[in-house]
Design a protein around this ligand. Structure first.
Ligand code: GDD
Ligand code: MG
Length: 355
């Protein structure tokens, strides 16, 4: 089976990490995020993937070349972002399958343990134009809300609505019959969520839902990105692309971790990174060359390439851009993001004997 991977988004919610690296290429459990998706696609029987690129298009081919993780790769870039459906239509130029064959379409920021083969078989049995993987979530308003009837047929598609009619949402993995892709207008900006799906449903095409709520995560927010990386390290979702066995921590080549540091909860310590004695690093991603000094605490955070956390400083739910520096004693919390190269001076601690 062939697949199209949508990787043209700008990843704005993950800035500043995505200023230099597109979201799908961010290091996640030791490798580019997409490596996990490629390995999982291969395991599901996908043998060729067309990347639909736009933002920093050249970086994808440089990262993966023409074959990786058992899958042949092709790249199709948009001169201007064509939206999710425009991108699918554009990338379909590079497909080789015939018009009635199934094509897998994947959002490039999803970690999913669902059974793709079962999804394809629902699609084939129903003779559907499209079959969407659906999951149930607590807050459907942040996603595409997708009600289905008793036979599993999709009855509506409501993208990011404040009035969701069900907890069932679009999980970002579709099986399209090849000729259903050809109904999308060419060289136009089109949204699969706001135009193509509602259009197919109202025209009477068979659009099916495949509901499976196993492990599923959209890594598009800083919190979710850190969670996804740690879940991979901890083995909560299996990945053949992970460089090492699942465990409390993943320590990459050339990293130096003091035996008197506490490092756990799925933390990745990047190549050449260093953690000094007395530091505590929990559930975090330290990119290559990051440094955490003695007595510092880092939790649920990303420390960018070559960024430095000074002695006794605390980071909790923070993104440090590449080369940023947090001086001794600072406490940064709750979604704070420090841009690359920014340096925070040490906190001024004054001891006074006055009453
Ligand atoms: N090539 C290309 N061109 N890719 C694009 C473009 C474009 O113009 N716009 C977005 N993409 C890619 C992104 O890179 C990402 O992989 C995917 O399309 C989805 O975009 P996101 O920006 O991550 O969308 P979202 O997370 O807000 O919502 C989507 O995913 C949810 C599930 O996580 C929607 O499909 C929702 O309906 C869905 O519930
Ligand atoms: Mg997303």
């Amino acid at each position: 089976m062939e697949a199209i991977l949508l990787v043209g988004g700008q990843g704005t919610r993950l800035r500043p990490l995505t200023i230099s690296t597109p979201k799908p290429l961010l290091p996640t459990a030791g490798v580019a995020f997409l490596a996990h998706q490629l390995a999982r696609a291969h395991a599901a029987g996908v043998d060729r993937i067309v990347f639909a690129t736009s933002y920093r298009a050249e970086m994808f081919e440089a990262a993966f070349g023409s074959h990786a993780y058992g899958v042949d790769l092709a790249y199709v870039s948009e001169r201007r972002p064509l939206g999710t459906a425009g991108a699918i239509r554009n990338a379909a130029k590079a497909l080789t399958c015939s018009s009635n064959e199934p094509v897998l379409i994947l959002n490039g920021d999803i970690l999913s343990g669902h059974d793709v083969t079962a999804q394809v078989s629902v699609h084939e049995k129903a003779g559907a134009a499209v079959t969407l993987h659906l999951v149930e979530v607590e807050d459907p308003s942040r996603f595409g809300c997708v009600p289905t009837d008793a036979d599993g047929r999709v009855t509506a598609f409501l993208e990011k609505t404040n009035h969701p009619v069900t907890d069932q949402i679009n999980a970002g993995c579709y099986v399209f019959r090849r000729d259903a892709i050809d109904t999308i207008p060419e060289d136009e900006v089109v949204s699969v969520e706001r135009e193509t799906f509602p259009g197919l449903i109202s025209s009477g095409a068979v659009v099916m839902g495949y509901v499976e709520s196993g492990y599923w995560l959209d890594v598009g927010t800083p919190q979710a990105f850190v969670r996804g990386s740690c879940d991979l390290v901890l083995g909560r979702i299996a990945s053949a692309a992970m460089p090492g066995d699942p465990g409390e921590r993943l320590i990459l080549d050339g990293a130096v971790v003091s035996p008197r540091a506490v490092v756990r909860d799925g933390t990745t310590v990047g190549r050449g990174a260093e953690i000094e004695a007395g530091a505590t690093v929990l559930g975090s991603v330290l990119q290559d060359g990051a440094f955490v000094a003695e007595g510092a605490t880092v939790r649920d955070s990303v420390v960018g390439r070559g960024a430095r956390v000074g002695p006794g400083a605390t980071l909790d739910g923070v993104i440090l851009g590449d080369g940023a520096l947090v001086g001794p004693g600072n406490e940064l919390r709750d979604g704070l993001r420090l841009w690359p190269g920014i340096a925070l001076p040490p906190t001024a601690v004054r001891f006074s004997t006055d009453a």
